[in-house]
Ligand binder design. Structure first.
Ligand SMILES: NC(=O)c1ccc[n+]([C@@H]2O[C@H](COP(=O)([O-])OP(=O)(O)OC[C@H]3O[C@@H](n4cnc5c(N)ncnc54)[C@H](OP(=O)(O)O)[C@@H]3O)[C@@H](O)[C@H]2O)c1
Length: 332
Protein backbone atom coordinates (compact mmCIF):
# COMPACT_ATOMS: atom_id res chain seq x y z
CA UNK A 1 0.00 0.00 0.00
CA UNK A 2 1.22 3.48 -0.81
CA UNK A 3 0.27 6.56 1.22
CA UNK A 4 -0.47 10.17 0.25
CA UNK A 5 -0.98 13.46 2.01
CA UNK A 6 -4.60 14.48 2.45
CA UNK A 7 -4.50 17.58 0.27
CA UNK A 8 -1.83 19.97 1.51
CA UNK A 9 -2.35 18.89 5.14
CA UNK A 10 0.20 16.97 7.17
CA UNK A 11 -2.14 13.98 7.47
CA UNK A 12 -1.11 10.84 5.59
CA UNK A 13 -3.82 8.49 4.32
CA UNK A 14 -3.68 5.15 2.54
CA UNK A 15 -4.23 5.78 -1.17
CA UNK A 16 -6.98 3.18 -0.97
CA UNK A 17 -9.45 3.60 1.88
CA UNK A 18 -12.24 1.31 2.96
CA UNK A 19 -15.83 2.62 3.20
CA UNK A 20 -18.95 0.94 4.58
CA UNK A 21 -21.94 2.59 2.82
CA UNK A 22 -24.74 0.07 1.98
CA UNK A 23 -22.67 -2.82 3.35
CA UNK A 24 -22.16 -2.60 7.14
CA UNK A 25 -25.34 -2.86 9.18
CA UNK A 26 -27.36 -3.47 6.00
CA UNK A 27 -26.37 -5.60 2.97
CA UNK A 28 -23.82 -7.82 4.74
CA UNK A 29 -23.85 -9.66 8.06
CA UNK A 30 -21.50 -8.46 10.78
CA UNK A 31 -19.08 -11.41 10.34
CA UNK A 32 -18.53 -10.50 6.69
CA UNK A 33 -18.15 -6.82 7.59
CA UNK A 34 -15.48 -7.62 10.17
CA UNK A 35 -13.67 -9.93 7.70
CA UNK A 36 -13.57 -7.11 5.11
CA UNK A 37 -12.14 -4.68 7.67
CA UNK A 38 -9.53 -7.28 8.71
CA UNK A 39 -8.58 -7.86 5.07
CA UNK A 40 -8.22 -4.09 4.56
CA UNK A 41 -5.99 -3.76 7.63
CA UNK A 42 -3.87 -6.76 6.52
CA UNK A 43 -3.38 -5.10 3.12
CA UNK A 44 -2.15 -1.83 4.65
CA UNK A 45 -5.37 0.19 4.50
CA UNK A 46 -5.29 2.65 7.40
CA UNK A 47 -8.09 5.00 6.32
CA UNK A 48 -11.74 4.12 7.01
CA UNK A 49 -14.74 6.15 5.84
CA UNK A 50 -18.28 6.04 7.19
CA UNK A 51 -21.17 8.44 7.93
CA UNK A 52 -23.73 8.99 10.68
CA UNK A 53 -26.54 8.22 8.20
CA UNK A 54 -25.25 4.89 6.84
CA UNK A 55 -27.66 2.05 7.68
CA UNK A 56 -29.53 4.38 10.00
CA UNK A 57 -26.39 4.88 12.19
CA UNK A 58 -25.67 1.11 12.44
CA UNK A 59 -22.72 1.30 10.03
CA UNK A 60 -20.69 3.41 12.48
CA UNK A 61 -21.42 0.90 15.24
CA UNK A 62 -20.24 -2.03 13.10
CA UNK A 63 -17.07 -0.18 12.10
CA UNK A 64 -16.40 0.77 15.73
CA UNK A 65 -16.62 -2.88 16.77
CA UNK A 66 -14.56 -4.08 13.79
CA UNK A 67 -11.72 -1.65 14.59
CA UNK A 68 -11.76 -2.29 18.32
CA UNK A 69 -8.32 -3.20 19.62
CA UNK A 70 -6.46 -1.65 16.67
CA UNK A 71 -3.94 0.98 17.76
CA UNK A 72 -5.83 4.26 17.31
CA UNK A 73 -2.71 6.15 16.14
CA UNK A 74 -2.41 3.70 13.21
CA UNK A 75 -5.86 4.56 11.86
CA UNK A 76 -7.49 7.52 10.14
CA UNK A 77 -11.24 7.42 10.80
CA UNK A 78 -13.49 9.65 8.68
CA UNK A 79 -17.17 10.30 9.19
CA UNK A 80 -19.80 12.77 7.99
CA UNK A 81 -22.84 14.83 8.95
CA UNK A 82 -25.83 16.27 7.01
CA UNK A 83 -28.32 13.56 5.97
CA UNK A 84 -31.15 12.78 8.43
CA UNK A 85 -30.32 10.58 11.41
CA UNK A 86 -33.75 10.80 13.03
CA UNK A 87 -37.29 12.06 12.60
CA UNK A 88 -36.77 15.44 14.28
CA UNK A 89 -36.55 18.70 12.37
CA UNK A 90 -33.05 19.26 13.77
CA UNK A 91 -31.80 15.70 13.10
CA UNK A 92 -30.37 16.81 9.74
CA UNK A 93 -28.44 19.53 7.99
CA UNK A 94 -25.41 21.53 9.08
CA UNK A 95 -26.76 23.68 11.92
CA UNK A 96 -24.58 24.14 15.00
CA UNK A 97 -27.14 22.06 16.94
CA UNK A 98 -27.13 19.06 14.61
CA UNK A 99 -23.37 19.11 14.06
CA UNK A 100 -22.77 19.19 17.83
CA UNK A 101 -25.23 16.37 18.51
CA UNK A 102 -24.20 14.27 15.53
CA UNK A 103 -20.48 14.23 16.31
CA UNK A 104 -21.20 13.07 19.85
CA UNK A 105 -23.29 10.18 18.49
CA UNK A 106 -20.63 9.28 15.93
CA UNK A 107 -17.84 9.22 18.54
CA UNK A 108 -19.95 7.00 20.80
CA UNK A 109 -20.80 4.57 18.02
CA UNK A 110 -17.24 4.50 16.67
CA UNK A 111 -15.87 4.04 20.22
CA UNK A 112 -13.25 6.72 19.79
CA UNK A 113 -12.48 10.13 21.37
CA UNK A 114 -11.92 11.87 18.03
CA UNK A 115 -12.32 11.41 14.29
CA UNK A 116 -9.47 12.30 11.99
CA UNK A 117 -11.70 13.93 9.37
CA UNK A 118 -15.23 15.30 9.76
CA UNK A 119 -17.04 15.97 6.49
CA UNK A 120 -20.12 17.99 5.56
CA UNK A 121 -21.91 15.28 3.57
CA UNK A 122 -23.63 17.87 1.32
CA UNK A 123 -24.08 21.66 1.24
CA UNK A 124 -26.94 22.84 3.50
CA UNK A 125 -28.85 25.68 1.85
CA UNK A 126 -30.76 26.32 5.09
CA UNK A 127 -27.78 27.12 7.35
CA UNK A 128 -25.50 30.15 6.99
CA UNK A 129 -22.11 28.86 5.90
CA UNK A 130 -20.45 30.81 8.68
CA UNK A 131 -22.52 28.93 11.32
CA UNK A 132 -21.40 25.56 9.93
CA UNK A 133 -17.76 26.52 9.64
CA UNK A 134 -17.67 28.01 13.14
CA UNK A 135 -19.27 24.83 14.55
CA UNK A 136 -16.67 22.71 12.68
CA UNK A 137 -13.89 24.94 13.96
CA UNK A 138 -15.18 24.56 17.53
CA UNK A 139 -15.02 20.76 17.18
CA UNK A 140 -11.40 21.09 16.10
CA UNK A 141 -10.65 23.27 19.17
CA UNK A 142 -12.43 20.71 21.38
CA UNK A 143 -10.23 17.92 19.95
CA UNK A 144 -13.24 15.90 18.74
CA UNK A 145 -12.23 16.39 15.12
CA UNK A 146 -8.70 16.78 13.75
CA UNK A 147 -9.45 17.99 10.20
CA UNK A 148 -12.55 19.20 8.38
CA UNK A 149 -13.73 18.59 4.84
CA UNK A 150 -16.80 18.46 2.62
CA UNK A 151 -18.47 16.04 0.24
CA UNK A 152 -20.02 16.80 -3.16
CA UNK A 153 -19.66 20.56 -2.80
CA UNK A 154 -19.33 22.62 -5.97
CA UNK A 155 -16.24 24.71 -6.69
CA UNK A 156 -18.19 27.86 -5.85
CA UNK A 157 -19.34 26.49 -2.48
CA UNK A 158 -15.80 25.39 -1.59
CA UNK A 159 -14.37 28.77 -2.62
CA UNK A 160 -16.90 30.63 -0.45
CA UNK A 161 -16.08 28.40 2.54
CA UNK A 162 -12.35 29.02 2.14
CA UNK A 163 -12.89 32.78 2.00
CA UNK A 164 -14.93 32.74 5.22
CA UNK A 165 -12.38 30.50 6.95
CA UNK A 166 -9.56 32.84 5.96
CA UNK A 167 -11.46 35.97 6.99
CA UNK A 168 -12.54 34.51 10.34
CA UNK A 169 -9.39 32.52 11.14
CA UNK A 170 -11.30 29.19 11.12
CA UNK A 171 -9.64 25.89 10.39
CA UNK A 172 -9.51 25.45 6.59
CA UNK A 173 -11.14 22.61 4.69
CA UNK A 174 -8.52 20.02 3.70
CA UNK A 175 -10.62 17.74 1.50
CA UNK A 176 -13.63 17.12 -0.69
CA UNK A 177 -15.32 13.73 -1.12
CA UNK A 178 -16.86 13.50 -4.60
CA UNK A 179 -18.01 10.65 -6.80
CA UNK A 180 -15.22 9.97 -9.32
CA UNK A 181 -14.58 7.13 -11.73
CA UNK A 182 -13.82 6.53 -15.41
CA UNK A 183 -17.57 6.96 -15.95
CA UNK A 184 -18.18 10.02 -13.72
CA UNK A 185 -15.65 12.82 -14.19
CA UNK A 186 -17.72 15.86 -13.24
CA UNK A 187 -15.09 17.21 -10.80
CA UNK A 188 -12.39 17.59 -13.45
CA UNK A 189 -13.47 20.92 -14.96
CA UNK A 190 -13.99 23.10 -11.87
CA UNK A 191 -13.61 21.32 -8.50
CA UNK A 192 -10.17 19.80 -9.12
CA UNK A 193 -8.49 22.99 -10.46
CA UNK A 194 -9.78 24.99 -7.45
CA UNK A 195 -8.76 22.29 -4.98
CA UNK A 196 -5.28 21.96 -6.49
CA UNK A 197 -4.78 25.70 -6.10
CA UNK A 198 -6.18 25.79 -2.55
CA UNK A 199 -4.60 22.59 -1.24
CA UNK A 200 -7.66 20.35 -0.81
CA UNK A 201 -7.37 16.67 -1.71
CA UNK A 202 -10.13 14.53 -3.21
CA UNK A 203 -11.19 11.38 -1.36
CA UNK A 204 -13.18 9.80 -4.13
CA UNK A 205 -16.16 7.48 -3.81
CA UNK A 206 -17.47 4.65 -5.98
CA UNK A 207 -14.22 4.34 -7.98
CA UNK A 208 -15.49 1.11 -9.56
CA UNK A 209 -18.96 2.62 -10.07
CA UNK A 210 -20.48 0.42 -7.34
CA UNK A 211 -19.22 -2.77 -9.01
CA UNK A 212 -20.17 -1.89 -12.61
CA UNK A 213 -16.55 -1.39 -13.70
CA UNK A 214 -15.69 -4.97 -12.68
CA UNK A 215 -17.65 -6.01 -15.78
CA UNK A 216 -19.82 -8.41 -13.78
CA UNK A 217 -23.07 -6.81 -14.98
CA UNK A 218 -23.72 -8.05 -18.51
CA UNK A 219 -25.84 -6.17 -21.05
CA UNK A 220 -29.27 -7.69 -21.56
CA UNK A 221 -28.92 -10.06 -18.60
CA UNK A 222 -30.22 -9.95 -15.03
CA UNK A 223 -27.63 -8.85 -12.45
CA UNK A 224 -25.69 -11.63 -10.72
CA UNK A 225 -27.30 -13.01 -7.54
CA UNK A 226 -26.11 -11.31 -4.37
CA UNK A 227 -24.71 -8.25 -6.16
CA UNK A 228 -25.55 -4.66 -5.18
CA UNK A 229 -27.99 -4.36 -8.08
CA UNK A 230 -30.13 -7.08 -6.45
CA UNK A 231 -29.93 -5.66 -2.92
CA UNK A 232 -32.97 -3.69 -1.64
CA UNK A 233 -30.75 -0.97 -0.10
CA UNK A 234 -28.35 -0.78 -3.06
CA UNK A 235 -30.35 -1.29 -6.24
CA UNK A 236 -31.82 2.22 -6.23
CA UNK A 237 -28.35 3.78 -6.32
CA UNK A 238 -26.81 1.58 -9.00
CA UNK A 239 -29.90 1.63 -11.28
CA UNK A 240 -28.69 4.58 -13.39
CA UNK A 241 -25.72 2.49 -14.51
CA UNK A 242 -27.75 -0.52 -15.66
CA UNK A 243 -27.80 0.70 -19.25
CA UNK A 244 -26.99 -1.75 -22.05
CA UNK A 245 -24.78 0.61 -24.08
CA UNK A 246 -22.77 1.50 -20.97
CA UNK A 247 -22.47 -2.15 -19.88
CA UNK A 248 -21.39 -3.19 -23.39
CA UNK A 249 -18.65 -0.56 -23.41
CA UNK A 250 -17.46 -1.71 -19.99
CA UNK A 251 -17.11 -5.25 -21.42
CA UNK A 252 -14.81 -3.75 -24.06
CA UNK A 253 -12.42 -2.60 -21.31
CA UNK A 254 -11.60 -6.22 -20.50
CA UNK A 255 -8.79 -6.62 -23.09
CA UNK A 256 -7.16 -3.41 -21.81
CA UNK A 257 -7.11 -4.74 -18.24
CA UNK A 258 -5.93 -8.18 -19.41
CA UNK A 259 -3.02 -6.69 -21.41
CA UNK A 260 -1.84 -4.93 -18.26
CA UNK A 261 -2.26 -8.04 -16.11
CA UNK A 262 -4.84 -6.22 -13.98
CA UNK A 263 -8.31 -7.21 -12.88
CA UNK A 264 -11.07 -4.88 -14.05
CA UNK A 265 -11.53 -3.57 -10.49
CA UNK A 266 -7.80 -2.85 -10.23
CA UNK A 267 -7.85 -0.97 -13.54
CA UNK A 268 -10.77 1.17 -12.32
CA UNK A 269 -9.19 2.00 -8.96
CA UNK A 270 -5.80 2.65 -10.57
CA UNK A 271 -7.51 5.01 -13.04
CA UNK A 272 -8.74 7.40 -10.31
CA UNK A 273 -5.36 7.29 -8.57
CA UNK A 274 -3.64 8.65 -11.71
CA UNK A 275 -5.17 12.04 -10.86
CA UNK A 276 -2.62 13.71 -8.53
CA UNK A 277 -5.36 15.69 -6.76
CA UNK A 278 -6.86 12.40 -5.55
CA UNK A 279 -5.57 11.66 -2.04
CA UNK A 280 -7.44 8.39 -1.67
CA UNK A 281 -9.93 6.13 -3.45
CA UNK A 282 -12.60 4.72 -1.11
CA UNK A 283 -13.51 1.17 -2.02
CA UNK A 284 -16.55 -0.72 -0.79
CA UNK A 285 -16.74 -4.50 -0.47
CA UNK A 286 -19.12 -7.26 0.51
CA UNK A 287 -16.40 -9.94 0.62
CA UNK A 288 -12.76 -9.90 1.81
CA UNK A 289 -11.63 -11.27 -1.61
CA UNK A 290 -12.89 -8.04 -3.20
CA UNK A 291 -10.75 -5.98 -0.81
CA UNK A 292 -7.69 -8.14 -1.59
CA UNK A 293 -8.29 -7.76 -5.32
CA UNK A 294 -8.93 -4.01 -5.35
CA UNK A 295 -6.07 -2.88 -3.08
CA UNK A 296 -3.55 -4.17 -5.60
CA UNK A 297 -4.33 -1.05 -7.64
CA UNK A 298 -2.14 0.91 -5.23
CA UNK A 299 1.06 2.03 -6.96
CA UNK A 300 -0.08 0.99 -10.48
CA UNK A 301 0.89 3.51 -13.19
CA UNK A 302 -1.22 3.80 -16.34
CA UNK A 303 0.43 5.49 -19.32
CA UNK A 304 -1.16 8.04 -21.66
CA UNK A 305 -1.80 5.41 -24.33
CA UNK A 306 -3.83 3.26 -21.91
CA UNK A 307 -5.81 6.29 -20.71
CA UNK A 308 -6.61 7.17 -24.32
CA UNK A 309 -7.75 3.62 -25.10
CA UNK A 310 -10.12 3.76 -22.10
CA UNK A 311 -11.55 7.09 -23.29
CA UNK A 312 -12.05 5.71 -26.80
CA UNK A 313 -13.91 2.65 -25.49
CA UNK A 314 -16.18 4.56 -23.11
CA UNK A 315 -16.86 7.47 -25.47
CA UNK A 316 -20.21 9.18 -24.85
CA UNK A 317 -21.17 7.31 -21.67
CA UNK A 318 -18.64 9.33 -19.65
CA UNK A 319 -20.36 12.11 -17.65
CA UNK A 320 -18.34 15.33 -17.47
CA UNK A 321 -20.86 18.10 -16.76
CA UNK A 322 -19.71 20.09 -13.68
CA UNK A 323 -23.34 21.10 -13.06
CA UNK A 324 -23.94 17.49 -11.92
CA UNK A 325 -22.28 18.29 -8.58
CA UNK A 326 -25.43 19.17 -6.67
CA UNK A 327 -26.72 19.23 -3.13
CA UNK A 328 -30.44 19.09 -2.32
CA UNK A 329 -32.27 22.37 -2.95
CA UNK A 330 -33.91 22.03 0.49
CA UNK A 331 -32.91 20.03 3.55
CA UNK A 332 -33.94 16.36 3.14
N1 LIG B 1 -19.80 11.05 0.21
C1 LIG B 1 -20.78 10.43 -0.37
O1 LIG B 1 -21.83 11.00 -0.68
C2 LIG B 1 -20.62 8.97 -0.67
C3 LIG B 1 -21.55 8.30 -1.49
C4 LIG B 1 -21.34 6.96 -1.75
C5 LIG B 1 -20.23 6.31 -1.22
N2 LIG B 1 -19.35 6.99 -0.41
C6 LIG B 1 -18.17 6.34 0.20
O2 LIG B 1 -17.47 5.58 -0.76
C7 LIG B 1 -17.39 4.23 -0.33
C8 LIG B 1 -17.32 3.32 -1.51
O3 LIG B 1 -18.49 3.43 -2.32
P1 LIG B 1 -18.97 2.17 -3.14
O4 LIG B 1 -19.22 1.04 -2.19
O5 LIG B 1 -20.04 2.58 -4.06
O6 LIG B 1 -17.60 1.86 -3.96
P2 LIG B 1 -17.19 0.89 -5.11
O7 LIG B 1 -15.84 0.38 -4.68
O8 LIG B 1 -17.31 1.58 -6.41
O9 LIG B 1 -18.26 -0.32 -5.12
C9 LIG B 1 -18.20 -1.32 -4.11
C10 LIG B 1 -19.08 -2.50 -4.44
O10 LIG B 1 -18.72 -3.09 -5.69
C11 LIG B 1 -18.71 -4.53 -5.57
N3 LIG B 1 -17.31 -4.96 -5.72
C12 LIG B 1 -16.20 -4.41 -5.14
N4 LIG B 1 -15.09 -5.05 -5.52
C13 LIG B 1 -15.45 -6.02 -6.36
C14 LIG B 1 -14.71 -7.00 -7.07
N5 LIG B 1 -13.39 -7.08 -6.99
N6 LIG B 1 -15.41 -7.87 -7.85
C15 LIG B 1 -16.77 -7.78 -7.95
N7 LIG B 1 -17.52 -6.87 -7.29
C16 LIG B 1 -16.86 -5.98 -6.50
C17 LIG B 1 -19.26 -4.84 -4.19
O11 LIG B 1 -20.68 -4.92 -4.26
P3 LIG B 1 -21.49 -6.31 -4.47
O12 LIG B 1 -20.62 -7.44 -4.02
O13 LIG B 1 -22.72 -6.13 -3.64
O14 LIG B 1 -21.83 -6.33 -5.93
C18 LIG B 1 -18.90 -3.59 -3.41
O15 LIG B 1 -19.69 -3.38 -2.26
C19 LIG B 1 -18.61 4.07 0.57
O16 LIG B 1 -18.51 2.98 1.44
C20 LIG B 1 -18.59 5.38 1.31
O17 LIG B 1 -17.60 5.35 2.32
C21 LIG B 1 -19.54 8.30 -0.15
Amino acid sequence: MEYRHLGRSGLMVSEISYGNWITHGSQVEEDAAVECVRAALDEGVTTFDTADVYAGTRAEEVLGRALKGVRRESLEIFTKVYWPTGEGKNDRGLSRKHITESINGSLRRLQTDYVDLYQAHRYDVETPLEETLRAFDDLVRQGKVLYVGVSEWSADQIARALKIADDMGFDRLVSNQPQYSMLWRVIEAEVVPLCEKEGLGQIVWSPIAQGVLTGKYLPGQPPPAGSRATDPSGSGFIGRLMDDDLLRRVQDLKPIAADLGLSMAQLAVAWVLQNPNVSSAIIGATKPEQVRDNVKASGVKLDAEVLKKIDDVLGPVVERDPAKTVSPSARP
